[in-house]
Write a protein that binds this ligand. Sequence first.
Ligand SMILES: O=C(CO)[C@H](O)[C@H](O)COP(=O)(O)O
Ligand SMILES: [Fe+2]
Length: 231
Amino acid sequence: MSRHATPCCKIGPSILCADLSCLADECQRMMQSGADYLHLDVMDGHFVPNLTFGHPIVKCLRPKMPDVYFDMHMMVENPEKWVESMSDAGANQYTFHVEACEDIPTLCRKIQEAGMRVGIALKPGTPVETILPYSELFDVALVMTVEPGFGGQRFMEDMMAKVQYLRTNFPNLDIEVDGGVGPSTIDVCAEAGANMIVSGTAITGASDPSQVIALLRNSVENAIQKSQLER
Ligand SMILES: O=C(CO)[C@H](O)[C@H](O)COP(=O)(O)O
Ligand SMILES: [Fe+2]
């Protein structure tokens, strides 16, 4: 039986470029602006040339927002190392990079057994075929639309071929896009079939984040409705 339910639109701001000195307030601000979940970028300085934070910060955030869905984007080497700590800290989704993992089935099972949803991420240079053998083992496919490591980069439209391929072959899969997604790039993501939308600077840097979130949601919901009429 498939593990995937009919996908719906979910908007997950990335707080990577927010003011991290008031992280909890920024997270609350995103949720109050209409976000569905938070996308938390973990970088280890090895898998990507940048550093952010790890499970101790997630553990501090969790009691301040008990019901918020935390999607951990693990841009780390040895992703299997942090599964238990992230689960204990209160993470809901553990999205690891396929390029960083030697034994994908074992890691997927470990994440699931730890009570989290399984996300599998692809860097721009990684072919979509890499993840196909594991389609029954993950809940979310994350198609990176920039090279991971930094916020505020330019959206790579040629990644939409991966999204289209996944949507065609897995109509009920949660497909997430991340990197350079905002009002000017959302329509191509939505039309390609992405339903989980990560957006960082376009939301956190906006004077009215709720307006940006509403615009992103509108684009995705319209595309989902259109595709359902065509089925
Ligand atoms: O994973 C990431 C970078 O590696 C971030 O989630 C992403 O870049 C979000 O920020 P922006 O929307 O500004 O690109
Ligand atoms: Fe991310």
